[in-house]
Structures are given as structure tokens and as C-alpha cells.
Design a protein around this ligand. Sequence first.
Ligand SMILES: [Zn+2]
Length: 173
Amino acid sequence: MATEEKSDRSSAFTTEQLGEINVAMSVAIKDAVAGAVAAAMAGLAPILKEVALTPEKLREINKPYVDPAKQAREDRERDDWREEIAQQRAFVDATRANCSHLYRTGQEAIALVHNQLDRQVRGLCMLCHEWIFPREWTIDPPDEKNHKGLAKLRGPHKDYQRAVRIEQQRSMQ
Ligand SMILES: [Zn+2]
């Protein structure tokens, strides 16, 4: 019997005492848990800050994936393509610069064009496709400053008098 009494420790407290102990225990546990959570949150704060989704990070996340190898290949191809176009343009320019605008028979290769709004004659070389124009207004493509393009006077083309002469000769024939 004696051992039973010793082992049954709850019998040493009254019901009121047990109630007080329970309340004290639960308060202590609450405090401990709150403290632990606060400590944990304090430790997490820098991590949470790092993980937080800022607008910059969101934009970065929403960017589509770009394969660096694919990007490099496209850049390379675009550079090659630009170089090729520049070479072609240089070749055409050189051909036109060296063209006499004459057929091998010595006949003029410049055809006359009369369909322009200002009614002035234009010339077109049938060999090198050089466009021979008088002094005329042109409009450059739009840019930041000139939203409707910038109107400019250009010309006349160095061979324009030749086109005029051809027209005079034809009208005399
Ligand atoms: Zn020509």
C-alpha cells in the first residue's frame, strides 16, 4: 500500500492546487512557444527578405527563357547577314560607278521616265539600274525629332543633264 501511495503523486495535491498548476503550466508553455516563434521569426527575417517577391524579381521570373547558345547563334547570323548586305550594296555601288550607261553598240542605255508628279523627266540606266533624278524634294524616314520625316532638297544626279539631252534629241527626231 505504501509504495502505491508514493507512486501516486497526484494524490499529494488538492483539486484546487492541481487546477492552479495546470493554469501555471499552460501560461508557461504559451510564453515559451511565443518566445520560440519570435526567435525563429527573427532568425528567418533576413531569409524572408531575400525570398520576398519584389517587382524586379517578378519581372525577372516572368521573362521567357533564352538559350544562350541560341542567342549567340542568332547574333552571329545577324552579323553575317548585315555584312553580306553591306557587301552586296558596295558591289552594286561599284558597278553603277563604273557603268558608262552605254550599250556596247555605243547607244545610250538610259531610258526616259515621264510618270513623275512634277512632270520632270527621269532617267533609268537599263544596264545598272541607276536612277537619274533632277533637283527634287525627298522626305527622310521619321525619327525622334521629325515625326513626319524631314523634307530635303537633293540632286540633281551627276548624269541628269545627260538625260535631259537625250530627251531633247528624241524630241528633235
Ligand atoms: Zn548604267
